[in-house]
Design a protein around this ligand. Structure first.
Ligand SMILES: [Zn+2]
Ligand SMILES: [Zn+2]
Length: 179
């Protein structure tokens, strides 16, 4: 019997989520242990086009911050970010092919990763994309701090310039030293 990797409760309960996906739920912290094998099978047989029950935008769900050990083999699980917009990370044990989701993270995964889901999150390109998006976000935040209320104006100007035929001429004009 697997123990909960998050709260160490023993006796995870077998249950179904999203109607037909078999998982183990911790009755104590309500986290979910999802077998990637079962998940893949479920994806193939369920309807991937179906919308998630409640699309949670900007929902903050508590995430276990520390590294946690797999409830079956006790190896440390690897953390994978769900998206650039969410600080939440899922934990994955590669040898057991088990994924740990803290309470509420299942909905985040389904909503944020779109129709393709847990498998996508565990790939390098997806993780790289998240890093890039996070960097862009940081740059934007820094610009916002620097520019204050002028930020929106600068973004607007930038968008306008981006599609302008005489972009280079305008930029040269703006950069000139003497007026
Ligand atoms: Zn638990
Ligand atoms: Zn394991």
């Amino acid at each position: 019997m697997a123990t909960c990797p998050s709260c160490s409760h023993t006796g995870l309960k077998h249950t179904l989520i999203s109607e037909t996906l078999p998982v183990h739920m911790c009755p104590n912290c309500e986290g979910l242990l999802v077998s990637l094998v079962a998940y893949r099978r479920w994806r193939e047989t369920s309807h991937p086009s179906q919308e998630p029950d409640q699309p949670p935008t900007n929902v903050s769900v508590d995430d276990s911050k520390d590294a946690i050990a797999c409830g079956k083999c006790r190896a440390l699980m690897t953390k994978y970010r769900i998206s650039a917009d969410s600080p939440n990370r899922i934990d994955y044990c590669a040898s057991c092919e088990d994924i740990w989701l803290d309470e509420g993270e299942w909905n985040l995964v389904e909503a944020l990763a779109g129709s393709d889901h847990l498998n996508t999150i565990l790939t390098q390109p997806w993780q790289r994309k998240i890093v890039n998006e996070s960097l862009e976000k940081m740059k934007r935040e820094r610009l916002k701090t620097l520019l204050g209320s002028d930020y929106e104006k600068v973004v607007e100007l930038n968008d306008w310039l981006a599609g302008h035929n005489s972009r280079d001429v305008i930029l040269t004009y703006l950069r000139r030293k003497s007026h």
